[in-house]
Design a protein around this ligand. Structure first.
Ligand SMILES: Nc1ncnc2c1ncn2[C@@H]1O[C@H](COP(=O)(O)OP(=O)(O)OP(=O)(O)O)[C@@H](O)[C@H]1O
Ligand SMILES: [Mg+2]
Length: 337
C-alpha cells in the first residue's frame, strides 16, 4: 500500500471467499457496511484487510463519498499528523462523509493515538497550528493492523481507551493457510516464482514449488475421501430403503449436489455387491424390474454407466442374466475404470 493517502471513489473490490471462515468474514462485512460503526480489521499480512476495508466502504451508504487510506506506519509522526489533521485537505477533512482507512494503526505513536482518540470522542479535528477546534467532520473510521493490539495494551504501547473506541466491530481475517481455497497472494507468489525459475517456454509440474505439489496431493486425497464418504452414504441409504433412487438420488444428481464421479462410485459399489449384475443391483436398491431400462438409460445419458465386466471375475453371474445385459441396451461402449 502507498505511504501517501489516496482519496478515491472506489468500485467494489473483487473478493474471493470460498472458505467458510472467509465467507463468515464477508457476511459480517456486508452487514456492517450498511451502518456507520467503526471497524477494526485484524489479520496477518496479505490476508486481505485492505480489500475488506474497501469492500465495506463500497457497500456502505458512504460509497459516493471518498475512501481515504492512510498508512500510519509509512509516515513520520509529524508527517502523519499533517496528513491527517494538517492542511485544509487533511485526510479527515478530505474523507468528509466518506471513509477513512487507518492502516497499520498499531504503529501509531502515543501522541498520534491521543489525537485520534480525541477525534473519535467528539468528531472534531484541530488542525495543526490552529488555536481553536476547526470543523466537525463526518467520517467513518476503519482501522487495520496485523499486530495484536490487546498484547500491545498490556505492554503499554497501545491505549486501551483507543482500542475500545476503534473496535466497535471487529473483523478478524483468517490466515491464508487455514483457507487454502482462497490462497490469493500465495498463488501470485507461486506464479511469479515459477515464471522466474522456469527455463523452458512451457511450464511443467516440475517447475512448481514442492509445497504446492504436496498441497495439491493433499487436496486430491481429501476430495477422494469425500467422494468415498458421499458414495458410502448414498449407497447405504439406497440399500436400506431410506433413499429411493428416483425420488432422492436423481434430484441430487440433477441439482448438482452430487457429481458424476459420486454417482459412478455408488454404481461401482452396487456392482461390487451384485458381482457385476445391474439387475441384482436394481433389486438391492429396491427398484422394480420394470425400471431396468430407465435406470440404465439414465446412467448412460449422464455418462455414469460403469462397465460391469470387471466386477464379474469374483463370482460368475447367474447364466440367465447374461443375455439381458450383453449386448448392452444402449449405444455407448462400456468403459473400464
Ligand atoms: N479474498 C480476496 N479476494 C481477492 N483478492 C484478495 C483477497 N484477499 C487478498 N487479496 C489480494 O491479495 C493482496 C493482498 O491483500 P491486502 O492488501 O488486502 O492484504 P492486507 O491484509 O492488507 O496485507 P498487509 O497487512 O500486508 O497490508 C491484494 O492484491 C489483494 O487484492
Ligand atoms: Mg494492507
Amino acid at each position: 500500500m502507498n505511504t501517501s493517502p489516496c482519496r478515491e471513489h472506489i468500485a467494489e473490490p473483487f473478493l474471493i471467499a470460498s472458505a467458510p471462515s472467509m465467507m463468515a468474514v464477508l457476511t459480517a462485512a456486508t452487514k456492517v457496511a450498511a451502518g456507520h460503526s467503526k471497524v477494526l480489521i485484524t489479520g496477518e499480512s496479505g490476508v486481505g484487510k485492505d480489500v475488506i476495508a474497501r469492500y465495506i466502504h463500497a457497500r456502505s451508504p458512504r460509497s459516493h463519498a471518498p475512501f481515504v487510506a492512510v498508512n500510519c506506519a509509512g509516515l513520520s509522526e509529524t508527517l502523519l499528523e499533517s496528513e491527517l489533521f494538517g492542511h485544509t485537505r487533511g485526510s479527515f477533512t478530505g474523507a468528509h462523509r466518506g471513509t477513512i482507512f487507518l492502516d497499520e494503526i498499531g504503529e501509531m505513536s502515543p501522541r498520534m493515538q491521543a489525537l485520534l482518540l480525541r477525534f473519535l470522542e467528539n468528531g472534531e479535528i484541530q488542525q495543526v497550528g490552529a488555536d481553536s477546534l476547526s470543523a466537525r467532520v463526518d467520517v467513518r473510521v476503519i482501522a487495520a493492523t496485523n499486530r495484536d493490539l490487546h498484547t500491545m495494551v498490556q505492554e503499554g504501547t497501545f491505549r486501551e481507551d483507543l482500542l475500545y473506541r476503534i473496535k466497535v466491530v471487529h473483523l478478524h481475517v483468517p490466515p491464508l493457510r487455514e483457507r487454502k481455497e482462497d490462497n490469493v497472494r500465495e498463488l501470485q507468489n507461486v506464479i511469479e516464482q515459477v515464471i522466474s525459475f522456469a527455463t523452458d517456454a512451457a511450464l511443467t509440474v516440475d517447475d512448481l514449488p514442492h509445497s504446492i505439489i504436496t498441497a495439491a496431493i493433499g487436496t486430491v486425497t481429501r476430495s477422494r475421501e469425500r467422494r468415498r464418504q458421499v458414495a458410502d452414504d448414498i449407497y447405504d441409504a439406497l440399500v436400506s430403503g431410506e433413499y429411493d433412487f428416483w425420488r432422492e438420488v436423481q434430484p441430487l444428481f440433477l441439482n448438482r449436489d452430487i457429481t458424476r464421479r459420486d454417482l459412478r462410485e455408488v454404481i461401482r459399489r452396487g456392482l461390487r455387491a451384485s458381482a457385476g449384475s445391474y439387475r441384482t443391483m436394481l433389486s438391492l436398491f429396491h427398484l422394480e424390474g420394470a425400471d431396468y431400462k430407465r435406470f440404465l438409460n439414465f446412467l448412460s445419458a449422464h455418462d455414469c454407466r460403469v462397465d460391469f465386466r470387471e466386477f464379474r471375475s469374483a463370482r460368475p453371474a447367474p447364466p440367465a442374466e447374461r443375455p439381458a445385459e450383453s449386448p448392452l441396451p444402449y449405444q455407448h461402449q462400456p468403459y473400464a475404470h
